[in-house]
Ligand binder design. Structure first.
Ligand code: URA
Length: 240
């Protein structure tokens, strides 16, 4: 945390006396609200300080949640297909957000983005075992044998071993699946390995974060509290 007036001087807004005048004139905002108190403590890594509406100090740390619709590929660019980047507001372009992990083109639901490289790495590390919860519609009916096979750690058709996962049958052709890693097409391949090809897949939860009432296709920035929780859930250094 740093005093607002000190931060303004340090980012080239003016000398101490000029900064005082800028504050008094109401030309400085913190997270969109005019701030006239130069003694206020701000966290430039987490808050946006702006002069006449233009953010100072460049990038700030952001974590963003998207409720992804089907039809978008998870990539920062693609020559032919629509990417999830197109669903972010243009005002966030300069924040250099990157998707955390990926959802298939056809998969809907919770997709996070961040410009914090360390958090991104921790979130996608299988060693962190961040649980991801999916709702699937599929052929057939999952039973306790399938649940036991998921819990033991499935072997996919090509011999790939999966970490233990949870399969909860929700009724004919519907299941909830919780995995702690993010292999390519993982849930679809796991379900196919048990003879239950998936026709619809939605990610509903990552760690303790859920979609809540965020409409499909919409984004929202996570609160500082939510980011703190995510950090706790992915905690500290990589376990050996
Ligand atoms: N597993 C899949 O098969 N697809 C996804 O998009 C995510 C998990």
């Amino acid at each position: 945390m740093i005093r607002l007036d000190k931060f303004l001087c340090g980012s080239g807004a003016g000398t101490r006396s000029q900064v005082k005048l800028l504050l008094k004139a109401g030309r400085v905002s913190v997270d969109g609200a005019v701030e006239k108190d130069g003694g206020r403590k701000v966290d430039p890594a987490a808050q946006t300080v702006a002069l006449d509406g233009t953010p100072l100090g460049g990038r700030r740390r952001m974590v963003v949640m998207l409720n992804k619709p089907e039809g978008y590929v998870t990539a920062t660019e693609d020559p032919w297909q629509k990417t999830v980047m197109e669903l972010l507001p243009p005002a966030w372009k300069h924040q250099e957000l990157k998707p955390i992990g990926r959802l298939d083109k056809a998969t809907e639901g919770l997709l996070l983005f961040t410009n914090d490289g360390e958090l991104l790495h921790r979130m996608i590390s299988p060693r962190r075992r961040v649980p991801k919860v999916y709702y699937a519609r599929h052929e057939g009916q999952a039973d306790s044998g399938d649940a036991a096979a998921f819990a033991a750690g499935l072997t996919l058709g090509d011999g790939t071993l999966c970490l233990p996962a949870k399969l909860e049958p929700l009724g004919p052709g519907q299941s909830r699946i919780t995995v702690v890693e993010g292999k390519y097409h993982q849930v679809r391949r796991m379900m196919a390995a048990r003879g239950m090809p998936v026709s619809y897949l939605e990610r509903q939860q990552e760690g303790s974060l859920t979609l809540g009432d965020l409409p499909r296709g919409q984004v929202r920035e996570l609160s500082r509290e939510e980011i703190r929780t995510l950090e706790q859930e992915t905690g500290g250094k990589d376990p050996a």
